[in-house]
Design a binder for this molecule. Structure first.
Ligand code: ZN
Length: 447
């Protein structure tokens, strides 16, 4: 164990400095690359021991990779701690209590864009490493810190870093990236707090449906116009297009939460946790988020066709966005769409496709380590696996590393989670301190 007794003060000020640099990846054109360079320079200033003792590589313009050499052999896979330092834009008309790029410290919290997504999670990683370096601690495995500057724009920084490690024959033993958090009441009837740890993420598929027909005057329409074909196709792609299926992670989530839930709801969760077929049916019937947990979702998002109110359009299109469940593939999904539409006059064109991730195990040493670190930083809070709907940079590692988890060790209320990509994003200073403690406990227990 290390001899860190007091972490270095000033974690809130360091996060504040980071928030004041507007690393808005979606506004790279307008703002230029200067904020991103300033941010990387700031890391060297705020973390002198990290800067002096870890090796640092840049991969692409926006990828930063630190390596902290461990005492173990090369055969031990390293730990990769990930975060991204870009943020999403701010709508100027939104009424923020504190300026979004002010980094204001008030009411025991740090306020501003990126406080939770994802500069807060980044600061707790770097503070933990700096504190351990100050105590002359050496981890028992290699530790990589992988920071990307274009996660929010689906950029290639993290993908390139993952590719570099893979080329070097390095398969991480554990990868930890953003995703879940320490949340209140994770399900409607489950009281208390839980550390929600994403063990997989759904895939994305966007397709364009299009149909042609003869144009002409709208006063004498044929039975099958392009618009009617597209409307029928969209209608056939209802919620039941894809069969619900509860994966292992969902069963484990319910079983773990049942232990925290008293009375009849706890019993219900335990029954559901042991009966995946029943869970799939119940969650699908609930609709919304529960349904999205157990099946591929399909949503028509854009439709077009026609130029005038009294003219039959010769072409109509609809754009459909699908989130693919774990265990399925983009190819199977396209086949299924074609079969459901059952109209050879409707063409299906793939605009964007990203496979769902595999599912990380929860009965392994890596997951036990997360639970052990959590017991230090957040005593009594259970580690609960779940499946993420959104994409993270860690998906690039999940293609070749089996143990990839999506969890930032920060407490987030429901209102705070809603502020991510929204208004009044902020993080409690006490939450940052617990987050730093989590990473320190994790790095101390790699043996
Ligand atoms: Zn993020």
């Amino acid at each position: 164990m290390s001899s860190v007794t007091e972490p270095r003060p000033g974690i809130a000020e360091r996060l504040s400095r980071m928030i004041r640099i507007p690393t808005v990846s979606a506004e790279l054109e307008e703002r230029g690359a200067e904020p991103f360079e300033a941010f990387v320079d700031l890391l060297a200033e705020l973390y002198p021991l990290v800067h002096a003792r870890l090796t640092m590589e840049r991969h692409t313009e926006f990828g930063v990779l630190y390596r902290w050499a461990g005492s173990g052999g090369a055969a031990d896979g390293p730990v990769v701690l990930m975060a991204h330092y870009d943020v999403v834009p701010v709508d100027e008309s939104d009424p923020w209590t504190h300026p979004p790029f002010g980094g204001v410290i008030a009411d025991g919290a740090v306020h501003g864009r990126g406080a939770l997504d994802d500069k807060g999670p980044l600061v707790v990683v770097l503070d933990a490493v700096e504190n351990l370096l100050a105590a002359d601690f050496t981890p028992s495995r290699d530790v990589y810190l992988s920071f990307g500057g274009n996660e929010e724009t689906y950029g290639a920084a993290a993908q390139t870093i993952a590719g570099v490690l893979r080329e070097r024959g390095i398969v991480p033993w554990l990868v930890l990236d953003e995703g879940g958090a320490v949340v209140d009441a994770p399900l409607p009837f489950v009281p208390g707090r839980a550390a929600m740890i994403g063990v997989g993420e759904k895939g994305v598929l966007t397709v364009e449906l299009s149909a042609r027909s003869e144009g002409g005057h709208a006063s004498a329409p044929p039975a099958r116009t392009a618009v009617r074909r597209i409307a029928r196709a969209v209608d056939r792609l209802g919620p039941s297009t894809f069969r619900p299926r509860a994966t292992a992670a969902i069963g484990r989530m319910l079983t773990r939460l049942s232990a925290e839930t008293p009375g009849a709801p706890g019993l219900l969760l335990r029954v559901l946790g042991a009966a995946p077929a029943l869970t799939a049916r119940v969650f699908a019937a609930l609709g919304g988020e529960p349904a999205a947990l157990v099946r591929t979702t399909v949503a028509a998002t854009m439709q077009s066709g026609g130029t005038a109110a009294n003219v039959l359009p010769s072409q109509a299109t609809a754009t459909v966005n699908l989130r693919i469940a774990l265990g399925e593939t983009t190819q199977q999904t396209v086949w299924r769409i074609r079969r459901r539409i059952a109209d050879p006059a409707v063409t299906v064109r793939v605009l964007e496709a990203s496979e769902p991730s595999p599912e990380s195990p929860t009965d392994n040493a890596a997951f036990r380590l997360l639970a052990a670190a959590l017991a230090v930083s957040h005593p009594g809070v259970p580690a609960v696996p779940y499946v993420m709907m959104a994409a993270t940079d860690s998906r690039h590692f999940h293609r070749f590393a089996p143990a990839v988890y999506r969890f930032a060790p920060l407490d987030m209320s429901n209102a705070q989670r809603a502020s991510i990509h929204g208004v009044d994003e902020h993080v409690e200073i006490a939450a940052l301190e617990r987050g730093e403690r989590f990473h320190r406990a994790l790095l101390e227990r790699l043996g």
